[in-house]
Design a protein around this ligand. Structure first.
Ligand SMILES: Cc1cc2nc3c(=O)[nH]c(=O)nc-3n(C[C@H](O)[C@H](O)[C@H](O)COP(=O)(O)OP(=O)(O)OC[C@H]3O[C@@H](n4cnc5c(N)ncnc54)[C@H](O)[C@@H]3O)c2cc1C
Length: 436
């Protein structure tokens, strides 16, 4: 039933040679594949769009490609509850929800991920009044290691929803989620240039006041681009960017020109500080209003590597000051902006925002440049920050021993995994490292 294929993730940081792949059609197919693999001692790993930078999705024996397990199964507009199959990509889910008059309350900055990949790794957007995506999960249907099918929801083991909603693929193969959506809404986005000092000087007030606030800081400079999005329920206020401006700003400046800049600065890294000054100035102020999912997500065609850590919200300025001091020393030259976002506290056991308002600081390096010195420096800054938690889908250097004290429910999660997958059918080297 399975073909052999080579697999690589989006960033090219993880590969697997000649693993068996199988694309199940439905829950019954998944259950059969898992039961068969388990009884022959083989490990099973479902995969979404392969957009995780870590080896969280690396297959060992059998890879389940979930693209056929896709689509909205049922919805109730009066409650906002939607049942969706696990392999549904966000760029398919979002317009489907809009046609039903519904929307995801918050989203990250691209829409290429599957709902299961995004949820399993704790994908988040920005906005201090909103949780990451797994916070919207109210039900999970999952195939366990013995091939049995379980459903956790309001009526069956609701206490396990916060574990299974962000499960790292360690508990089972999710086949369906029930999501708590909201009525469809518009977002009015305002992007504006600023300086790091100005943004950090009023960070608390800005983040508290905005529905969704994030900023990008250009290393080796004081230049910043802010994006503030405001939720609007009146559909009459739609005012998208003219198509020419969208093509010019997002495709030409943000992607094509940015790719060119990265190729140039890979060849001539000494040019980076000056190029960042120019890039930081080139992005001009703009305001536009459109369906929420079109504002949350943008296109990212330039390939990069990324590490992102969640820290207590109040620690963000201190971490950025350290990063700035490092970049000012020019030990490493970095052309990619640093991205800063925020999220509400939530109750998902392995969420990077569990139990606290959270700030996220993400660093990137162009895929053709060596990221190691920069990432190592970032990770060493984080060692002294209590409660710093790495995004499960983005590069980090932490192991189970480092992670256990950072999550109140870590031991509960590990115990649940022991109960549901005692033979480690769903294990791979990444899970062995972060869960022990
Ligand atoms: C360009 C880019 C932009 C990004 N932007 C953001 C952002 O704004 N915010 C953010 O938080 N993250 C962001 N990410 C990270 C990304 O959201 C996560 O890595 C996410 O996991 C990717 O989804 P995927 O479908 O590609 O999952 P994959 O990488 O394919 O899989 C991730 C994990 O989910 C597991 N999984 C997949 N399907 C199932 C299933 N059915 N049952 C159980 N486990 C399953 C896999 O086994 C694996 O462990 C970005 C990544 C890239 C490359």
């Amino acid at each position: 039933m399975a073909d052999k294929q080579r697999w690589a993730n989006w960033a090219g940081t993880v590969t697997a040679d000649a693993v068996d792949v199988y694309a199940p059609r439905d829950t019954a197919d998944v259950a059969e594949a898992v039961a068969l693999a388990a009884c022959t001692g083989r490990k099973v790993k479902p995969i979404g769009s392969g957009h995780s930078f870590t080896a969280v999705g690396q297959p060992v024996d059998l890879q389940l490609q979930m693209q056929r397990v896709s689509g909205v199964v049922a919805h109730d507009v009066s409650t906002g509850r939607v049942r969706v199959r696990a392999g549904t990509p966000l760029h398919v889910l979002n317009p489907a929800l809009e046609r039903l008059g519904l929307a995801m309350p918050n989203l990250g900055d691209i829409d290429r991920q599957t709902i299961s990949g995004a949820l399993s790794t704790g994908t988040h957007g920005t906005g201090l009044r909103f949780t990451g995506l797994s916070g919207f999960v109210v039900g999970v249907e999952m195939v366990l290691a013995d091939g049995s099918i379980v459903r956790y929801d309001d009526a069956h083991r609701p206490d396990l929803v916060p574990a299974a909603a962000l499960g790292l693929g360690a508990l089972g193969v999710v086949t369906e989620y029930e999501l708590q959506c909201v009525p469809a809404f518009l977002l009015k986005a305002h992007e504006a240039p600023s300086t790091l000092d100005a943004v950090l000087g009023s960070l608390d007030e800005t983040v508290d006041a905005a529905d969704h606030f994030e900023f990008y800081w250009f290393p080796h400079t004081d230049r910043v681009l802010t994006k503030t999005s405001t939720r609007i329920s009146d559909p009459g206020q739609r005012a998208p960017l003219p198509r020419w401006r969208e093509v010019l700003d997002d495709q030409l400046l943000s992607n094509t020109l940015f790719e060119g800049i990265n190729r140039l600065t890979t060849a001539v890294p000494q040019a980076i500080p000056r190029v960042n000054q120019v890039s930081g100035r080139a992005l001009s102020e703009r305001t536009y209003t459109d369906s929420s999912y079109k504002i949350f997500a943008t296109q990212r065609t330039v390939r990069f590597r990324e590490s992102e850590f969640a820290v207590p919200r109040a620690v963000v300025p201190e971490l950025l000051a350290e990063l700035k001091a490092y970049c000012d020393r020019r030990d490493e030259l970095v052309a990619f902006p640093v991205e800063v976002r925020f999220a509400a506290a939530d109750d998902r056991w392995l969420s990077t925002a569990f139990g606290r308002e959270t700030g996220y600081v993400a660093i990137h390096q162009y895929h053709r440049r060596d990221h190691r010195a920069y990432f190592d420096a970032f990770w060493s800054m984080l060692r002294s920050i209590e409660g710093a938690r790495p995004h499960w889908g983005k590069m980090h250097d932490l192991t189970a021993a480092d992670l256990r004290p950072r999550y109140e429910r870590y031991d509960d999660f590990v115990a649940l995994r022991d109960e549901l997958d005692p033979e480690r059918v769903f294990e791979n080297p990444y899970l062995a490292t972060v869960l022990g």
